[in-house]
Design a protein around this ligand. Structure first.
Ligand code: IP8
Length: 257
């Protein structure tokens, strides 16, 4: 099985509220056709989730009644994005079926408390492609919380032990400093926990409610322990996702357990 995350910074314009990047998503759908075994797609929320979730502090859980309306609105918005992704994938030849995170998992303290893989398995058995996404979810200890698509990726990897997990980001992989600020930043082709511990910790991005790149990398290390190969590729560069799926040499960071 192959699991691919389409990052929110790739399929949306993260700085402009609810802005879908249709052409990019169409191209990525075409690249996903290279998958010749069971495929699961997870996508991030991008500007359909993070901006409003941050504004109303939904990542902090239930603090006041005013937030409740925004739980509903952000849920609606990420479903709107999910529908756009599903439509684009189907038009591109991928038989995509939506599975919201709370349809397969329960959550407590921002973590997965239980995960039932049966829905994913049944959909895969039919030759369909399950598509899950980052969402606002009921949370046993916080009322509600934000479930990053990465959490679902980890739960899926633990259950299905995939051959390949690919994260499509808006950068070539992990760098030794932020490539958006520092032109001399160097790509780290292979990253393990000791490389990670030496990386400078950076603050989470301004409009991101699911944490710093450091936290995301720790999740990827957990995923790497449960699959044959886990890698980050630049989803904005045509052909990189396809090469990764085909097992060809590609500019990337491979995350090692
Ligand atoms: O973009 C975040 O999911 P992610 C979900 O996969 C929301 O981290 C609602 C902001």
């Amino acid at each position: 099985m192959i699991i691919v995350k389409l990052g929110g910074s790739v399929i949306t314009d993260k700085s402009r509220l609810r802005t879908f990047r249709q052409e990019t998503c169409e191209r990525l759908a075409g690249e996903l056709l290279a998958a010749k075994e069971g495929l699961v797609v997870v996508h991030g929320a991008g500007s359909f989730g993070h901006i409003e979730a941050k504004k109303h502090e939904l990542h902090k859980g239930l603090k006041n009644e005013e937030q409740i309306e925004h739980v509903a609105k952000v849920q609606r918005d990420v479903r709107e994005l999910n529908l756009k992704v599903i439509k684009t994938l189907i038009d591109g030849g991928i038989k995509a079926v939506s599975i919201p995170p709370a349809g397969a998992a329960t959550f407590s303290a921002c973590a997965v408390r239980s995960f039932d893989p049966d829905t994913f398995r049944s959909i895969l058995d039919l030759g369909l492609t399950p598509v899950s996404f980052g969402d606002v979810v009921p949370d046993e200890s916080m009322g509600f919380s934000i479930c990053s698509g990465d959490l679902i990726m980890e739960a899926l990897a633990k259950q299905f032990k995939p051959s390949l997990v690919v994260f499509c980001a808006d950068v070539d992989g992990v760098f030794d400093s932020d490539p958006k600020d520092n032109k001399k930043a160097r790509l780290i082709p292979r990253l393990d926990s000791s490389t990670l511990s030496k990386l400078k910790r950076t603050e989470p991005k301004r409009d991101d409610v699911t944490g710093s790149i450091y936290g995301k990398l720790e999740r990827m290390l957990a995923i790497a322990r449960n699959c044959e190969k886990c890698m980050i590729v630049n989803g904005n560069v045509p052909g990189r996702l396809e090469k990764a799926i085909r097992g060809q040499k590609v500019v990337s960071t491979v995350v090692l357990p």
